[in-house]
Design a protein around this ligand. Structure first.
Ligand SMILES: C[S@@+](CC[C@H](N)C(=O)[O-])C[C@H]1O[C@@H](n2cnc3c(N)ncnc32)[C@H](O)[C@@H]1O
Length: 464
């Protein structure tokens, strides 16, 4: 794999249009998942393409599309390993039209599923429909994989991967056993290893797991005991993992979660729920959520206190989701399209008591939810995010009243976007100090685990 991610591959692949492919069949699901992977290989976002395929298709059954998504997301999660397997089994290269279906098939076959035979057969059918003459190649490759599966499995590569990660990378990424085992790009592995020397392996492994499904209870509408009783009544296993925070034992479609329509519960990662709690709004305060869309943290702030909230986001396309989220809370909010770096264009000049700066970031703490970002991001993108984050902090600081507080939040684990940003900011602003948080630490880093995603928080106070 090249440093420039998979974007170099996967263009101009011709195949039948999606509406002709039936997602209810296994070969159709593999083909549609492969189309999502093709799109990522061409450098685009997986979720957008998945939604576009779904919206354009006459078949709407959620179960069928759930399988398409699982196959695609799994292939994207496993991409680094899949490329490594292909480099081993087809050293002369894999023709472009069959790359995505093979990545989907390898990932689905990785753990030796019971339906391995059907998966292999239907993957080969999918390749045949794309390019007849390559069916034999795909068939031979997948059958070799099944014979050698145990030694090619990511777990079998652990020792070699650690040894490889300990020395500078040499050669192409698809031959790097560290990339195959940890299933992250090499630059990402190197960065996490250097910046989190104790946690790096756990962090990378967590990045390959299925994300947990956290729920936030709205304390204006329900208390914890009542909510737990209602989940028990519905036969849905949940665990309380924080104040007003629950974790579903088994993730389920949002629409099926009790209380969603009534607004006493909302889906929100348990780590994301730290934001509003750390900012701790108080009745009567004037609060700014400066990067607010799609609105999860704004809604949480409104549930915690009777505040005067201004919710700002620069992206028009994301403001609709923000409006929907805030409509659920049923409290008037000022929603503004604006750039946090240039508040003069939208700020009314009245200072805020509290500001949430949930800045745009690399998303390295939430990669398991969006596995395409592991392969779409490049090492040099991190500096771009860091610059933007610095500019947002500079833009927002004058809006804060003396004595007010600003919570800086990212869903990244990279120091350039986290500690380094805060340190640089404090150095430039004598009127700012970091407020000690839990455990008397100046910042909180949540590493992704079975309860929550990865987040970083720092609370800054402005001197009087
Ligand atoms: C991490 S997301 C925010 C998530 C949101 N706080 C929530 O909990 O639902 C970052 C948001 O920042 C917005 N954004 C990016 N650059 C911005 C800027 N310069 N000014 C304001 N918003 C910006 C993006 O459109 C995106 O919606």
């Amino acid at each position: 794999m090249k440093e420039r991610s998979p974007a170099a591959a996967g263009r101009n692949v011709s195949r039948g249009t999606s509406p002709e492919v039936d997602p209810r069949t296994l070969s159709g699901a593999i083909e549609l998942a492969a189309q999502v992977v093709d799109r990522v290989l061409a450098g685009h976002n997986a979720l957008e393409h998945y939604h576009a395929l779904r919206a354009a298709h006459p078949v709407t059954e959620p179960g069928a599309w759930g399988r398409v998504r699982d196959l695609a997301w799994s292939a994207l999660r496993d991409y680094g390993w899949g490329r490594w397997v292909l480099a081993r089994l087809a050293p002369r290269g894999v023709p472009e039209p069959v790359l995505a279906p093979l990545l989907v098939a390898l990932s689905a076959l990785r753990d030796g599923p019971r339906d391995a035979h059907a998966l292999t057969h239907q993957s080969v059918s999918c390749v045949r429909a794309r390019q007849e003459r390559l069916a034999g190649f795909a068939n031979a490759l997948l059958r070799t994989f099944l014979r050698e599966r145990e030694v090619l499995h990511p777990e079998a590569l652990a020792e070699a991967a650690r040894a490889s990660a300990a020395v500078p990378a040499v050669g192409p990424e698809e031959q790097d056993v560290a990339v195959a085992h940890f299933r992250h790009p090499r630059w990402w592995i190197d960065k996490v290893r250097a910046q989190h020397p104790l946690e790096w392996e756990d962090v990378l492994h967590a990045g390959n797991t299925h994300p947990p499904m956290g729920l936030r209870l709205n304390r204006r509408r329900i208390d914890e005991d009542e909510a737990l009783a209602r989940f028990a009544e519905a036969g849905i296993a949940v665990r309380q993992v924080g104040p007003m925070a629950l974790l579903l034992e088994r993730p389920m479609p949002v629409a099926k979660v009790p209380g969603i329509a009534e607004g006493w519960v909302s889906p929100q990662d348990v780590g994301a729920q730290f934001a509003a709690r750390l900012l701790a709004p108080v009745d009567g305060e004037r609060v700014l959520d400066a990067c607010a869309a799609p609105g999860g943290k704004s809604a949480h702030l409104l549930e915690l206190a009777d505040i005067e909230l201004t919710a700002v986001d620069v992206e028009e396309s994301r403001l609709a989701a923000l409006r929907r989220a805030l409509a659920r809370v049923d409290v008037p909010v000022q929603i503004v399209r604006g750039d946090a770096r240039h508040p003069k264009r939208w700020w009314d000049g009245k200072p805020f008591d509290a500001i949430l700066a949930d800045v745009p970031c690399s998303g390295s703490g939430v990669a398991r939810r969006h596995p395409d970002i592991k392969w779409l991001r490049r090492a040099e993108d991190v500096a771009g995010f860091a610059r933007q984050q610095g500019e947002i902090l500079e833009g927002l600081w004058p809006l804060l009243a003396p004595g007010g507080r600003l919570l800086y939040a990212t869903c990244s684990l990279f120091a350039e976007e986290n500690e380094e940003r805060v340190r640089a900011f404090l150095k430039r602003h004598r009127d700012a100090r970091a407020v000690p948080l839990e455990g008397n630490r100046e910042t909180i880093t949540l590493f992704p685990d079975e309860t929550h995603d990865g987040f970083f928080y720092a609370l800054l106070r402005k001197n009087h």
